[in-house]
Design a binder for this molecule. Structure first.
Ligand SMILES: Nc1ncnc2c1ncn2[C@@H]1O[C@H](COP(=O)(O)OP(=O)(O)OP(=O)(O)O)[C@@H](O)[C@H]1O
Ligand SMILES: [Mg+2]
Length: 233
């Protein structure tokens, strides 16, 4: 069995969005995906704790679908376009009209109601993650997470998720965009948090190729010299 080439998803995301300083200072990376929410805690540069919560963005969409009696596609669209994790954000008179299924009247959904549905589920997910952070022991002085929380994955794109996470955990929070560690003008479309894992896996793969090259060719200066000698002959 070869385990050397396998990278855990949370580790791949961490590679793409965390800085070495954050891992040193102590940080909790929360990757909110579709099916799962993954937690990876780093302290003194080393991974200390991981956990997988079996809920993510899909279950939020499911709640909207049930709560508003609409189809899944409409629920997903509502969440992405108008959703907010913070219900206080919407006034009672903000309404979206969802076209009815063939021959049926359109449905009117208040944004306040939408964000209440989202808020309830996100709080539940974040509380489960926070329980794992407590299990790690972040209140002990040697285990403090000085860099707080970094949110990534598609779920991190939910409006006002940062505020809600700070409210529930009391910890400093930022959104981790995967292109921060890429050189040059990286593609705009790759900078969305939902590509954190993919970008991290790619970075891991490239690092491995680089390392393999070095082992094969030896130090570049050395191979350069032998080339020159051969040319002189
Ligand atoms: N703008 C947005 N607002 C709210 N949610 C969003 C937004 N964009 C994407 N999502 C949600 O993010 C989730 C997908 O995230 P991501 O692409 O990171 O998941 P995944 O890595 O494929 O899933 P998993 O990690 O569970 O295998 C979906 O539930 C999607 O609805
Ligand atoms: Mg993922």
């Amino acid at each position: 069995m070869n385990l050397a080439g396998i990278t855990l998803e949370p580790l791949a995301s961490a590679e793409a969005v965390l800085s070495a300083e954050e891992k040193e200072a102590g940080v909790a990376l929360i990757d909110i995906g579709g099916g799962t929410t993954d937690l990876a805690i780093f302290k003194n540069g080393i991974i200390r704790h991981t956990a997988v919560i079996p809920f993510g963005g899909n279950v939020i969409t499911e709640d909207i679908k049930e709560g508003c009696s609409i189809i899944e596609k409409q629920a997903e669209l509502l969440k992405v376009k108008f959703g907010s994790a913070w219900p206080g954000d919407n006034k009672d008179n903000e309404i979206v009209s969802i076209p009815g299924l063939r021959g049926r009247d359109p449905k009117e959904i208040t944004l306040k109601n939408l964000s209440k549905i989202i808020n309830a589920r996100v709080i539940e997910i974040i509380e489960q993650v926070f329980l794992e952070i407590k299990n790690y022991g972040h209140e002990e002085s040697k285990k403090k997470l000085i860099a707080g929380i970094v949110l990534t994955g598609g779920g991190a794109e939910l409006k006002h998720i940062k505020q809600l996470v700070e409210y529930v955990t009391g910890m400093d929070t930022r959104i981790g965009y995967p292109n921060e560690n890429l050189a040059g003008d990286s593609d705009e479309s790759l900078s969305s948090p939902q590509y954190a894992t993919a970008v991290g896996l790619l970075m891991n793969g490239l690092n491995k190729i680089e390392k393999a090259k070095k082992v094969k060719n030896g130090p570049t200066s050395f191979s350069g010299k032998t080339e020159n000698r051969r040319n002189q002959r």
